[in-house]
Design a protein around this ligand. Structure first.
Ligand code: ASP
Length: 317
């Protein structure tokens, strides 16, 4: 694997290899006082964020540092991007400065693919950390890691998600998290149901390998997990639903709805959460929710991705 640009078309064996590596890294680091492995010593990872981020940027930085890579963070406001430099020139500059891997978040769908094309002859790996409404592959991988752990009762290794039922709820239209999860979860054999108002579903969703529903109450009793999506106000131009209150009444996960889920079912949210709208505070903070575990697993999954892109190939050679 040279780049991680998306989960569309991902080889399930590659996904499972990353998930197994992440589970192994988690196991070997847990309880250790010094969480540092020498694996990526001498390698340079540059994160390039053209959109706001808390979890993703921080966890890539921690992941690189725990693997002993040198990590440099570039944000659009503090770099020459604010002087008008193009994405291509910035990327070639970072590669020339010694980046072995560029982790990029950008508001334009397809930006990570373009970057990989421009860096083709340079040997720099590209990881997509979210491109517009398109994909966010490491989010889907960390969600799958969390589901494997929770649904397998704590033993992640060797468990797959075959025939598990997962509902993805809310603003599917604008969500790269939903797209990456649909591709990955279905590749791993899970059954995905998208639950959203018709205005927040993409045209062409009929061709996706999913079930579509507008009735959350009817879907909850048969799910192993429910994943709430943030309402992406920054990508909305116009009214997609009457009001926040009406959205919450129809699609918010409240205490009553939590009671409709089977006992073992897990609640996920990629963050940032809009408490009271997509999810009630009491649900977000309940033991049924795995939201902080998702963040924790995000570090191990991103370590595993960096390992597979940067260290693994060398070892094979
Ligand atoms: N943090 C996720 C993303 O960047 C989800 C969200 O922002 O709603 O796509």
């Amino acid at each position: 694997m040279r780049h991680l640009l998306g989960t569309e078309g991902i080889d399930p064996a590659d996904a499972v290899a990353i998930l197994d590596t992440a589970a192994g890294l988690k196991q070997s680091l847990e309880g250790r006082e010094v969480r540092k492995l020498p694996t990526l010593r001498g390698r340079t990872v540059i994160t390039m964020f053209y959109e706001n981020s808390t979890r993703t940027r921080v966890s890539f930085e921690i992941a690189g540092k725990w693997m002993s890579a040198d990590v440099v963070n570039v944000s659009s406001s503090g770099s020459s991007v604010s002087k008008g430099e193009s994405l291509r020139d910035t990327a070639l500059t970072l590669a020339a400065a010694g980046a072995d891997c560029v982790v990029v978040r950008h508001p334009a769908s397809g930006a990570a693919h373009r970057l990989a094309g421009w860096l083709k002859d340079v040997g720099t790996s590209v990881v997509n950390a979210g491109d517009g409404m398109h994909e966010h592959p490491t989010q889907a991988l960390l969600d799958a890691a969390t589901l494997r752990e929770r649904l397998a009762g704590g033993d992640a290794t060797g468990q797959d998600l075959r025939d598990r039922r997962i509902a993805i709820v809310g603003d599917v239209l604008h969500s790269r998290v939903a797209r990456s999860n649909v591709h990955l979860l279905t590749a791993l054999g899970a059954h995905v149901t998208l639950v959203a108002p018709p205005t927040l579903l993409p045209t062409g969703v009929g061709a996706w390998p999913v079930t579509v529903s507008h009735d959350l109450d009817a879907e909850l009793p048969s799910q192993d997990a429910v994943m709430l999506l943030r309402v992406q106000a920054e990508r909305m131009h116009g009214g997609f639903f009457p009001s926040a209150r009406e959205y919450s009444i129809a699609y918010g996960l409240n205490e009553r709805r939590l009671g409709l889920l089977p006992e073992h079912a897990v609640v996920l949210h990629p963050g940032p959460m809009l408490r009271g709208m997509e999810i009630a505070s009491s649900v977000a903070d309940s033991p049924r929710a795995a939201i902080t575990e998702q963040v924790r697993n995000g570090v191990h999954v991103r370590m595993a991705v960096l390992y597979h892109l940067l260290a693994h190939e060398e070892e094979n050679a």
